[in-house]
Design a protein around this ligand. Structure first.
Ligand code: HEM
Length: 553
């Protein structure tokens, strides 16, 4: 009766069944209207929010965001709306940062507010619940703890310990490329997985079809596929979707399957590593250190397994995709590859391939690596940061909870920063590296202007602020070693059916897979040893390194 009075219904309808019916329908109607009004209002741009395309009631800008390679569309929007663009994805506030200036000002300089991640229902509740996945963790105690652990293993000095492993696996990759050049795509992907498998779990991944390499790629592919925009209903924009029962929501069943597969794999790898360590095998891996400190760090087995597994996810495809882009660039720009070959020849001579000791002696290869990371940044799909307090910037109001997308693609292709950004021109980094090296080295990698030692801060290929990729030193050692060895061992040219470099498709629209990470599609390439002597040297080097790799078998 009280309810009836409140909503002003005639009392005579309140007593019997028909009255209750009416009441229920009316209540539902009011509830639905309330929800509609809420979503209607929530899909509008908040006052003083950065400019962007007009919103559509209830859905905001959802229809203006393409499901793949949205970074291209966001770059185009810059002409109309500027370098800081406000969007509504349903009720979610989203800001796209199209200039390195904003990423620096917000992520780097206001790191205490801009370092969280959006807590998407699917990713953080169904696939990775209980704060187990460092990439997805909110900015807080658990993230700080996990980040500290990674920092101690992956800092600039500590990663040098992995150089012998990276060198041996890179040499093994050169031999695989010699023996089976057509399988280049998988050989490169094997390399990056094998390095992480050995450095983290102390295990060997000698072939691309090795069960653990395959299992890792399968779990990783499933994980990225389910997180891809458009792969599942927009449950965060329309939270009522989370209440759809599982029988009517195949995406929920898919999420549970991904969870099962990922957890099963990472836990199994930890068990295997424990057993191998007990048997005196695979020592000195990152997981061994983590296990030793497990109690001190208050990590249960699942958190430990995920932290180790996350290194696999974060370090494998990213590095492989960058190396594949390098191969593509080298056949598209043969004059660059010739200069790279000249440099390695001058530094190493004809009797040995480049090794760890050469990494700091190859400025041109370094510029090629920097340019590859700029030309095709693998994280163009934009890894979001989330704002944890209300803020104002350049006169705009940015509410707490706003999701920020750093558009690495737009930053790397900014005509105001880079002349002819679509062209692969390592010289732009050669000049910077040479002129700014001293100035910036004293600042411990933090940029003293627009560039740091390796130009990383301007391109933002490794992210920014407190979430900056903790694996970037390890990754860069892998990139340098492989790029230098490839230039030393091989001649590269366009594959059969391609008349010359001008016919090679390197277009981001057509030559690249879209998704969370971008990667080149397989392209025709001919990979041949430069001479019989080069072939013999690399085969011999591999033979000498085999006993070292055996310890991971
Ligand atoms: C070329 C190779 C790589 C690229 C381009 C890359 C790029 C990135 C980017 C863009 C982020 C997000 C940064 C941000 O939110 O601002 C990230 C995060 C991360 N990366 Fe990398 N990465 C690479 C290799 C690696 C390697 C080799 C490892 C480890 C072995 C690694 C481990 C991680 C981890 C754990 C995170 C999550 C950090 C956090 O959320 O606090 N990455 N990476």
């Amino acid at each position: 009766m009280a309810v009836v009075a409140t909503i002003g219904l005639p009392g005579s309808f309140a007593g019997g069944l028909p009255g209750l019916h009416y009441l229920a329908i009316a209540s539902l109607f009011v509830l639905a209207a309330g929800v509609l009004v809420k979503y209607f209002l929530a899909s509008r741009r908040p006052p003083n929010f950065p400019p962007g395309p007009p919103t559509i009631p209830f859905i905001g800008n959802i229809t203006q965001v393409p499901p793949v390679k949205s970074f291209l569309k966001f770059k185009d929007m810059k002409a109309e709306y500027g370098s800081i663009i406000g969007l509504k994805i349903g009720s979610q506030n989203v800001v796209v940062l199209n200039s390195h200036k904003h990423v620096k000002a917000l992520f780097d300089q206001r790191g205490s507010k801009y370092s969280s991640r959006p807590q998407g229902y699917l990713a953080t509740q169904l696939v990775c619940p209980n704060e187990i996945h460092i990439l997805l963790l909110p900015y807080g105690a658990e993230w700080r703890k996990q980040r500290r652990i990674l920092q101690s293993l992956l800092n600039v000095k500590a990663v040098d310990k992995q150089l012998p492993l990276q060198n041996a696996e890179s040499t093994a990759t050169m031999v695989q490329l010699l023996r089976d050049p057509a399988g280049y795509y998988d050989h490169v992907r094997r390399y990056t997985t094998a390095v992480i498998l050995a450095s983290v779990f102390g295990q060997r991944g000698a072939r691309f079809d090795a069960p653990n390499v395959q299992a890792l790629y399968h779990a990783q592919d499933q994980f990225t596929a389910i997180l891809e925009q458009g792969a599942t209903p927009p449950v965060d924009a329309f939270p009522f979707l989370r209440y759809v029962p599982e029988w009517a929501a195949p995406w929920k069943r898919w999420a549970r399957a991904v969870r099962r597969e990922q957890k099963g794999l990472y836990m199994r790898l930890v068990t295997e590593t424990r057993e191998r360590l007990a048997a005196g095998k695979g020592g000195d891996c990152y997981l061994q250190v983590m296990l030793r400190n497990q109690e001190k760090n208050e990590m249960d087995d699942e958190h430990l397994a995920y932290l180790a597994g996350n290194l696999m996810e974060a370090g494998s495809d990213t590095t492989a995709s960058t190396l594949l882009s390098f191969l593509l660039a080298m056949i598209k720009y043969p004059e660059v590859f010739k200069r790279a070959q000249k440099e390695v020849d001058e530094v190493c001579g004809p009797s040995r391939s480049p090794g760890p000791e050469d990494i700091t002696r190859l400025p041109f290869i370094k510029a090629v690596m920097d340019e590859t990371l700029r030309w095709r940044p693998t994280a163009s799909g934009m890894i979001p940061h989330m704002l944890t307090e209300d803020d104002t910037y350049e006169g705009y109001f940015l509410p707490k909870g706003t999701v920020f997308l750093p558009n690495v693609w737009a930053i790397a292709n900014d005509e105001e920063e880079f002349e002819n950004p679509e062209r692969f021109m390592p010289d732009r980094f050669l000049d910077i590296n040479n002129s700014q090296l001293d100035n910036n080295e004293t600042k411990g990698g933090v940029d003293g202007g627009d560039y740091d030692v390796d130009g990383q801060r301007t391109r933002f290929a490794f992210g920014a602020g407190r979430r900056l990729c903790p694996g970037h030193w390890l990754a860069k050692n892998s990139l340098m070693l492989n790029m230098a060895k490839i230039a030393w061992v091989f001649d590269l040219s366009p594959g059969p059916g391609i008349s010359g470099p001008e016919d090679i498709d390197d277009d981001i629209n057509t030559a690249y897979h879209g998704g969370f990470l971008i990667a080149p599609k397989k392209f025709p390439i001919t990979i041949k040893p430069r001479s019989e002597r080069h072939r013999a040297v690399i085969e011999n080097e591999y033979e000498a390194l085999e006993p070292f790799l055996q310890k991971y078998e």
